[in-house]
Ligand binder design. Structure first.
Ligand SMILES: *Cc1c(COP(=O)(O)O)cnc(C)c1O
Length: 362
């Protein structure tokens, strides 16, 4: 028998989340973001679940090749564009839509001998200060692309730094400021605009644009700590589950695991779960992080090790070897675990280890 851990990927939930994103998009072109192996869910699987999206957005030429080989005929947005001239041959052959954010890419486009014109997303830096042309460099870059003769459809794109902040907090102003910055840079350029990530799409109906780029919401994750996935109406799509493979009886003051971090304040039973940080569970999970054992929430007790997690079974007296465990999923929100570990659900999904067998449900 294989080790009793698995990740269950719920394709029907992904499909439903996409349908909800569609409602919020109100007719705008919807790119389903499937970078990072579809946030850990598996790229091919996501292409099936999101078959009704208008396009998919990802990073690598390799991923784009997989998507085309899997039969994805609709547009593919390359969120980090291309990196070398020869990438352009693949971009052209696979009919990909690269993001252009640096003048070196424009040079490559100018010098290329592409047989067909490209669609590009022209990325403006409006305050994220990561990728994109600034107010100073945008106009000349835009002109160069226009006169290169190599561009078919150009789309103006920017990315929000704070779309997930609560309304009324400074984030609200910052989204508005980024939109104002965009308006100042692009003036009356007539091209369509691509603005919203999940947070802007679900939380800020005032953010307009012609296309949207949700990622995390499609995977049933929260965009930030102040909005639960449930409050956004999205359903969890990944369940990390396992079983108890051992139990221990602790006397008062006995400790558990590496570093003896947890010491029993009374006699108690400890359950040992077949899951550890080598499966993608965060090693820094503190004592008290919830785990579902036989339908009961019990707290982690002791440091997460490579292949095992230990929990206090006081609340689940009937649990024993073979008991079902949910590390995250419908009953233990992935964001709850992530927040206790000082991170976000995105990171836990993406970090699901390749060694964990995946089961699909529909
Ligand atoms: C990852 C990414 C998105 C999706 O963001 P979510 O917060 O997951 O919705 C959208 N746009 C760009 C440019 C991205 O890199």
């Amino acid at each position: 028998m294989p080790r009793p851990i698995s990740a269950v990927i719920d394709l029907a939930a992904m499909h439903r989340n996409l349908a909800l994103a569609r409602q919020h998009a109100r007719g705008r072109f919807l790119w389903a973001v499937v970078k990072a192996n579809a946030y850990g869910h598996g790229l091919r699987r996501a292409l099936r679940a999101f078959s009704e999206a208008d396009g998919v957005a990802l990073l690598d030429l390799d991923e784009a090749t997989i998507a085309r080989d899997a039969g994805w005929r609709k547009p593919i947005l390359l969120l980090e564009g291309f990196f070398e001239s020869r990438d352009l041959d693949v971009v052209s052959a696979l009919n990909l839509t690269p993001v252009v954010y640096d003048s070196s890419q424009i040079e490559m486009i100018e010098q290329s001998r592409l047989s067909a014109q490209l669609d590009v997303h022209f990325k403006l830096n409006t305050g994220m200060n990561r990728l994109g042309f600034s107010a100073r460099s945008a106009a000349s870059a835009y002109q160069r692309l226009k006169v290169s003769g190599r561009v078919a459809q150009l789309t103006l794109m920017t990315h929000f730094a704070n779309a997930d902040r609560a309304h009324g907090a400074s984030g609200a102003a910052e989204v508005a400021e980024q939109i104002e910055a965009l308006d100042r840079i692009v003036g009356d350029w007539p091209e369509p605009r691509s603005l919203a990530n999940s947070a802007a799409l679900f939380l800020r109906p005032e953010v307009a644009g012609d296309s949207v780029r949700p990622g995390i919401a499609l995977y049933g994750g929260a965009t930030d700590e102040s909005h639960s996935a449930a409050s956004l109406g999205v359903a969890p799509t990944m369940t990390l589950k396992s079983r108890l493979i051992g139990t221990q009886a602790l006397d008062v003051a006995q400790s558990v695991g590496y570093g003896s971090r947890f010491a029993a304040s009374r006699a108690m039973r400890i359950g040992v779960i077949a899951c550890g940080y080598a499966d993608g569970y965060p090693r820094n999970a503190p004592d008290g992080t919830p785990v579902l054992v036989d339908g009961v929430r019990v707290p982690i007790a002791g440091r997460v090790s490579m292949d095992m997690i230990t929990v206090d079974l006081s609340a689940a007296p009937l649990a024993g070897v073979g008991s079902n465990v949910e590390l995250w999923g419908p009953n233990i929100p992935i964001d709850e675990v992530a927040n206790l570990c000082g991170t976000v659900g995105y990171e836990l999904m993406c970090a699901l280890a390749p060694r964990v067998p995946v089961i699909e449900t529909n």
